[in-house]
Design a protein. Structure first.
Length: 378
C-alpha cells in the first residue's frame, strides 16, 4: 500500500468513528465575499457519503466574518478592527448557517449550530457541557456545525483561528481524527510560494523544532486568520488527546473524497492519548498564573512525580486553588496543572520542605503544589 494512502486511511469510517472537518474562509467564500456554493455542496456530498458509511461528522466552519463584511461593505474583509469583526460576524453567521442548513437538508441531513467562545472550552465545567451537547446531537443523527462566536469574543479571550478550535472541539467530541481543509495541500519543508525546491511532508510522527520551523504564520488568502503555525498548534492539541490530524487540499471539489483516494496531504500521527482531564489540560490555551521551578523539579515531573513546594522558585499571576497554571523550568514551560493552593499561599511556601510549610501557612500543608494526577507535560 502507498505510504500516503496508508496515512489517510486513519481517517476512514472504520478506524475513525467520529471525524471533525474544518473548512477555511478562503475556501468557503470567494474574493467578492460570496459563498462558493457549488464547492460547499461537494463537501456536503462527501459528508453525506461518510455518514452513510457509519462515520459521525462534526464540522467547524469559518466564513462568518468574510460573509458579513460583504453585506456591511466593510474594508479589509471585516478585520480592520475588533468592532468590525464582531459586527461582521453577527451578520455573516446568519448567512453561513443558512447555507449549511440548506445544503445539509438537501442531502437528507439535519444541521445543528453550535457557537463557542474560548471560555466554553477552557472552563472545565463548560467544556463538559459542550461535550455532552455534541454527544447528544450526534446520537440524534444531527451534524453539528461549530464556529467561534466572534460577535462576543474579545481580543484577549478568543481562539483567533478555527484550526485550534477544531482540535479542541475534537477533544470535546471524542473524535479520532481531524481534517483541516485548507488553501494549501499540506506542510512543506519551506514556503512553496517562495522556495520552488520545497517538498511536501506526508507524515509527521513528532512535532520537533525542525518541523515547527517549517511553519509560515501568515494566511495567504487574506480572508482567514490562521496559517501553518496555527495548524501545527492544532496538531499539538489533537495529538495530546491521541487524535490524528491531517492538512488536506480544500481547493478541489469533493476534497474529503480526494484526500481518501490520493492520500495527498500531511498527516500528524498521534500517539497514545492522555486521560480525558490531562488531554484537556494539555490543550488549554490560557492559564491563570505561572509557577517557576528549578531543574530538579523539572526532572521529577518528567519521572511522573508531583510538583512539591521545595522545587518552586517563583509564583506569578492571580490564581485560586483549582485554577490551571503553567509550570516553567529554567528553559521554558514544561507542564500545566491544577493549582492546589491560591497564589498567595503558594508564594508563602515556595522553596520550603513539607515539614516547615505548616508554620508558614498556619494550617496543615497539602501533599503537593500541583499533584501528578492533575498535571500534564507539554
Amino acid at each position: 500500500m502507498d505510504a500516503a494512502l496508508g496515512a489517510s486511511a486513519r481517517f476512514a469510517p472504520g478506524p475513525c468513528a467520529r471525524l471533525v472537518v474544518k473548512t477555511g474562509s478562503s475556501l468557503l467564500v470567494d474574493g467578492a465575499g460570496a459563498v462558493r456554493r457549488d464547492w460547499l455542496a461537494s463537501v456536503v456530498a462527501d459528508v453525506a457519503a461518510r455518514r452513510a458509511s457509519g462515520q459521525q461528522i462534526v464540522i467547524v466552519s469559518s466564513g462568518a466574518i468574510a460573509l458579513g463584511a460583504r453585506r456591511l461593505d466593510l474594508e479589509k474583509g471585516g478585520r480592520a478592527s475588533l468592532e468590525d469583526a464582531q459586527a461582521a460576524a453577527a451578520v455573516g453567521q446568519v448567512a453561513l448557517s443558512a447555507v449549511w442548513e440548506a445544503l445539509l437538508s438537501d442531502a437528507g441531513l439535519t444541521m445543528a449550530q453550535v457557537l463557542l467562545t474560548l471560555g466554553d472550552l477552557e472552563d472545565r465545567r463548560r467544556y463538559l457541557n459542550v461535550s455532552a451537547t455534541i454527544e447528544r446531537l450526534l446520537a440524534l443523527g444531527a451534524v453539528p456545525v461549530l464556529n467561534e462566536n466572534d460577535t462576543v469574543a474579545t481580543s484577549e479571550i478568543r481562539f483567533g483561528d478555527n484550526d485550534r478550535l477544531a482540535a479542541r472541539a475534537a477533544q470535546a467530541a471524542g473524535a479520532q481524527g481531524v481534517v483541516l481543509l485548507s488553501d494549501v495541500d499540506g506542510l512543506y519543508t519551506a514556503n512553496p510560494q517562495r522556495d520552488p525546491a520545497a517538498t511536501l511532508v506526508a507524515e509527521v510522527l513528532t512535532l520537533t523544532p525542525e518541523i515547527e520551523a517549517m511553519a509560515d504564520g501568515g494566511s495567504g488568502s487574506g480572508l482567514g486568520s490562521g496559517g501553518m503555525a496555527a495548524k501545527l498548534a492544532a496538531a499539538r492539541i489533537a495529538g495530546a488527546a491521541g487524535i490524528h490530524l491531517a492538512i488536506a487540499d480544500g481547493r478541489v471539489a469533493h476534497p474529503l473524497a480526494r484526500f481518501a483516494t490520493t492520500g495527498r496531504g500531511t498527516v500528524f500521527v498521534a500517539g497514545e492519548g492522555a486521560r480525558a482531564k490531562k488531554a484537556w489540560l494539555a490543550g488549554r490555551l490560557t492559564v491563570h498564573g505561572t509557577l517557576s521551578v528549578d531543574a530538579g523539579a523539572v526532572a521529577a515531573l518528567r519521572r511522573g512525580k508531583s510538583l512539591l513546594a521545595a522545587g518552586v522558585t517563583g509564583v506569578e499571576g492571580r490564581f485560586v486553588r483549582g485554577d490551571v497554571v503553567a509550570i516553567a523550568g529554567p528553559e521554558g514551560i514544561v507542564a500545566r496543572g491544577l493549582a492546589a493552593y491560591d497564589a498567595g499561599d503558594a508564594a508563602r511556601i515556595k522553596g520550603l520542605r513539607n515539614d516547615v510549610q505548616g508554620a508558614a501557612l498556619g494550617y496543615a500543608p497539602r501533599a503537593a503544589v500541583v499533584h501528578a494526577d492533575h498535571l500534564v507535560l507539554v
